[in-house]
Design a binder for this molecule. Structure first.
Ligand code: AHM
Ligand code: MG
Length: 336
């Protein structure tokens, strides 16, 4: 008989909160509500091909990407699961230009939720991994409705972050600043069960992940780093293998488990990169650091960046500590 205890995410969250004397229960309530939303999204994602709900809605989101029906469903599901619990004072979603207020008739709480409801949506039609990303902060304003000020906090102030990867199995990976823990959904009982306790990223990996189609737009320093990764050198395990899904959650999940480096750099077309600091950079950086890894924009720790806009973009390099340090050395011209 297996020696492993069966631990649901709900129990894990409650036990984590018990370790903090004086906790009000709001935090565990918030994460419980979020988990319900994730299960509702998973249900739709997993039957998407069957019920033919795929396809564009004929309108574009604020970033100009095609807005798929599932993006909209995921966005609304999270908002509706979280608007009435009394845990949040404000939300922000990658699909919406402005902050999302709590309806007047519902109580407000002391937390802020920032989320990317369905990342990697260009992969939906091909049945490739997609995901949901979330980030939670304590509020800064004192009471009532939260504001933009509550949302624009640097990543080191996050109190929790995580993602759900809807892949060959569905997993929820999260941190509250006490390590990174992964839960696999058992679809038969509809519960996320602890499957990856205290995930640690290897100190160095052997995989790099980047959209190499942008090669000719990259800086010379970045090109030199990629050449370094491709060189033969047995002592450092090079050449590295290249893996790129083009869906952040899947690419980061692999990097977290296997090590190596994921990059979405700045280039001549996108001087600030493509990914968004608040919705993608900060939650992934918090997770990676909690697992013993590193996350940078090339010269500054992601979690230290003071955000100025909700949708600002950031060059992103994250992964194994040693790999990211070497990338920084190349990007800063200290290695050639
Ligand atoms: P999205 O938020 O519109 O889905 O875009 C974000 C996605 C990430 O999941 C992924 O890392 C990146 O875009 C891939 O971009 P590209 O196709 O330029 O490589
Ligand atoms: Mg996204």
């Amino acid at each position: 008989m297996s020696k492993n205890k069966v631990i649901t995410i709900e129990r894990h969250i409650i036990e984590g909160e018990r370790a903090h004397p004086g906790a009000s229960g709001h935090f565990s309530g918030l994460l419980r509500d979020l988990t319900l939303a994730f299960k509702m999204i998973w249900r739709e994602v997993s039957k998407a091909g069957l019920v033919n709900i795929l396809g564009t809605l004929g309108r574009e989101n604020i970033h100009g990407d095609d807005l798929k029906k599932l993006d909209l469903f995921a966005d609304e599901t999270i908002y509706r699961a979280m608007d009435h619990g009394g845990h949040l004072c404000v939300m922000a979603s990658e699909e919406n230009e402005d902050v999302l207020h709590i309806p007047e008739n519902y109580p407000t709480g002391k937390y802020v939720l920032i989320y990317d409801p369905l990342d990697g949506s260009s992969n939906i039609d091909a049945n490739i991994t997609i995901g949901t990303i979330f980030s939670i902060y304590g509020r800064v304003t004192r009471s009532g409705q939260g504001t933009m000020v509550d949302c624009l906090q640097p990543g080191y102030k996050q109190v929790a972050a995580g993602y759900v990867v809807y892949g060959s199995s569905t997993m929820l990976v999260y941190t509250t600043g006490d390590g990174v823990h992964g839960f696999t959904l058992d679809p038969a009982i509809g519960e996320f069960l602890l499957s990856h306790e205290n995930i640690r990223i290897p100190r160095r990996g052997s995989i790099y992940s980047v959209n190499e189609g942008n090669y000719h737009r990259w800086s010379d320093n970045l090109k030199k780093y990629i050449s370094y990764l491709q060189e033969e050198d047995k002592t450092t395990g090079r050449p590295y293998s290249s893996r790129y899904i083009g869906a952040l959650v899947g690419d980061v999940h692999r990097t977290l488990l296997y090590g190596g480096i994921f990059m979405y750099p700045a280039d001549s077309k996108r001087p600030h990169g493509k990914l968004r600091l608040m919705y993608e950079g900060n939650p992934m950086a918090f997770l990676l650091e909690q697992a013993g890894g590193r996350a940078t924009n090339g010269c500054e720790r992601i979690l230290d960046i003071q955000p100025r806009q909700l949708h600002q973009r950031v060059p992103l390099f994250l992964g194994s500590e040693e790999d990211v340090v070497i990338a920084e050395e190349f990007l800063q011209g200290k290695r050639t």
